[in-house]
Design a protein around this ligand. Sequence first.
Ligand code: MRU
Length: 350
Amino acid sequence: MVPTLYWDQDAVMILDQRKLPGRTVFIPCRDMKRVISCIKTLAVRGAPAIGVAAAMGLVLAGARIRAKDPAKWRAQFAARAELMRAARPTAVNLGWAVERVLALAAAAPDDVPTIKAMLRRESEIMLAEDIAINKALGRHGAKLVPKKATVLTHCNAGALATCGYGTALGVVRAAVEAGKKVKVIADETRPLLQGARLTAWEMVAEGIPVAVAPDGAAGALMDKGLVDLCLVGADRIAANGDTANKIGTFNLALQARRHGVPFYVAAPLSTVDLDTPSGDLIPIEERDPGEVLAFAGRRSAAAGAQAINFAFDVTPNDLVSAIITEAGVLRPPYNRSLAQAKAKRSLKVA
Ligand code: MRU
């Protein structure tokens, strides 16, 4: 697989996902502003990937701060971190990564070159950890996939949305590696087509059979018995299990319930936000109306029409059959299972 992002000496190289599947182009980022622009314009996207991109962008920001006095350096660094935190509101991994980097800078010895070196190392650790976490959650999730199965997924929760392997598609990969025969149906995912462009591209590259379907087809496909399970990623999971993910996920979950199809969310514990008690408190990003009013760069909606462009929706916890994490498959009541999994994880890290 082509990497989503990596360090090339002092540049953060970001795969420009806006150009996929047509072209594989990397954007060299030498300052934080460029990384923020990549995050805002979805050159890099997907909750875990933007978390790691944020950490890498902050390394670039830190390197450019001239102050030699650690207190002054830290104050300027904290101001830059707030700019990064504001790049996109819904995926909690962004804020999680910013907090992790700030905590490291605060705990590091009072020596600016040492802090800078530690931040760089931390960003490399976060990148490697993300892949390891996805492989672990993939292994747990693969046990839920029948020997022969068709998986319906929404948006792209694959290698491209992470540092590699993926969350929902990580489960697909792990199931295939375990010898299961898996077919994928990728919702095309209007308006930006992450399913048609990115999920389909990843699956074709791996030789995993994939068919793209219009978003509105989900109910009919389930009605025809063509879907064995739904597997999606998440941008933020509230303490009670309510799950924010790409717009259209909620519709999919409702159809799944109607047709008795299991609906699984796959996400690392960094996507679980215990500080947000329920989904109604998750901030939902609204994007440029032009994304909805145009198709392939050309206006498709009638002149004069306006657009509603919420990038994410919230699936209520009662529609979620299980949440697949690196700590295992979590079941309702999620208030308890998520809190327990997070507590165990922080004990491990401490
Ligand atoms: O707007 P995007 O493309 O960043 O939205 C991405 C999603 O909704 C993904 O499903 C989610 O971030 C999980 S990625 C492992």
